[in-house]
Write a protein that binds this ligand. Structure first.
Ligand code: PHB
Length: 393
């Protein structure tokens, strides 16, 4: 009796194991694959890290099954080099048969993947890059990050209204830097402001010191700065070393330079910097407080705006898959994404159904010390801002 039972049990467990294996190997149609291409090494690595962290957090909080499909994220490091991005996107689409490509830490990477998204007819969810024209490079691109003109126009107007008359500009010499510069300049000079010095610094390993001396000598009221996420710490260090803070030259710009990810280590030289941006870790909503606490608990660091672009990007993919009723083809997903609206840790956001670009609040903020830590404290809100780069056309 004992032996017979044991035999039965063994047979039963073998059958169970076989069944588990079959489902463990998960039928291909039950897996939904996201190819995540971000810089995990090199100068932009902090962007990749923030996005990867935020996606992990979202999946912990929301599970990894959506509309009956198991979500699988395949992470690839492109080191922010567009040749790598292109090769990785190709491999992900052709070999891994991903349903979506996502990430894109810099504009050239988002550009490089665009023709492949079009050919493959799959969504390209841009979670980081910020040049206005990106979404026009493929009808399959949807953006959850921001555009530089969204914030740079607003800080341009703010500068005029707040008695800033002379500005020196320092911008990273590639597409988003040029977008930031052009939109700031247009508003600032239209309001009567004067640009007294214009400097462009290389994207890779910039040394700001020689430029900062020129800035100081031109005696502006403020300097308008755009450097991409990850470079703000180094910039502020050199700004303080050259004594620009002491000479009363205020830092203004889009909020990339005061990224929350690095802000707390920048020291008191950054106090008083005024920027316009879509996210602050100090944004006072319940949703954000919960997000910041969960992110800190999981990764022992503060989330910055790149983390939020990733968190909202994966949310958009989850919700599109739900809304399409589990249909995984690119056109169904795109249709579901267009017009979607939700509450992000940054505030209310939506995807413009015409442009597939993000519509969001832009906040003006000032760096202040709160309970001994440095934060971008929001003091003015512009609601539901569309990309002004497109509105003009
Ligand atoms: C971009 O390359 O588009 C980019 C990267 C980092 C930023 C903003 C824009 O902070």
């Amino acid at each position: 009796m004992f032996v017979r039972n044991k035999t039965l049990t063994l047979a039963a467990s073998a059958a169970l194991a076989a069944a588990a294996l079959a489902s463990g190997a998960a039928r291909a149609e039950d897996v939904f694959k996201i190819g995540l291409i971000v810089p995990m090494t090199g100068g932009q690595a902090s962007t990749g890290k923030q996005i990867d962290n935020a996606i992990k957090l979202y999946m912990q909080q929301n599970g990894d099954t959506v509309a009956g499909k198991k979500i699988q994220v395949i992470l690839k490091d492109d080191a922010a080099l567009p040749d790598n991005t292109k090769r990785l996107a190709q491999e992900l689409i052709v070999n891994d048969k991903v349903n979506v490509i996502a990430g894109f830490g810099v504009t050239p990477a988002a550009f490089a993947a665009a023709p492949l998204a079009t050919q493959g007819k799959i969504p390209e969810v841009v979670m980081a890059a910020g040049t206005s024209i990106i979404t026009e490079k493929s009808p399959y691109i949807v953006r959850t990050s921001f555009t530089l003109p969204q914030s740079s126009t607003i800080i341009g107007d703010w500068a005029v209204k707040n008695g800033i008359k002379k500005v020196a500009t320092l911008t990273s010499d590639y597409a988003p830097g040029n977008d930031a510069l052009a939109s700031f300049k247009e508003r600032f000079t239209a309001g009567g402001g004067e640009i007294v010095e214009e400097v462009k610094v290389p994207l890779q390993n910039p040394d700001f010191a020689p430029f900062l001396q020129r800035m100081k000598d031109s005696k502006p009221d403020a300097m308008f700065v755009f450097v991409p996420a990850g470079q703000g710490g180094n910039f502020m260090k050199q700004y303080a070393e050259r004594g620009l803070d002491k000479s009363g030259i205020k830092v203004i710009g889009p909020g990339d330079v005061t990224d929350d990810d690095l802000l707390n280590d920048m020291g008191d030289a950054v106090l008083g910097a005024v920027t316009a941006h879509m996210y602050s870790a100090a944004h006072p909503s319940a949703k954000n407080k919960e997000f910041v606490a969960a992110y800190k608990k999981a990764f022992n660091s503060r989330p910055g705006f790149m983390a939020v672009g990733g968190y909202d990007g994966i949310h958009l993919i989850y919700e599109a898959l739900k809304k399409s009723g589990g249909k995984t083809d690119g056109d169904s997903l795109l249709a579901a994404m267009k017009g979607m609206a939700w509450e992000s840790p940054r505030g209310p956001i939506s995807i413009d159904p015409e442009t597939r670009d993000i519509v969001q609040n832009i906040y003006i903020r000032k760096v202040e010390k709160v309970d001994g830590e440095l934060y971008n404290v929001e003091f003015q809100t512009f609601e539901a801002v569309k990309d002004p780069g497109k509105a003009k056309k």
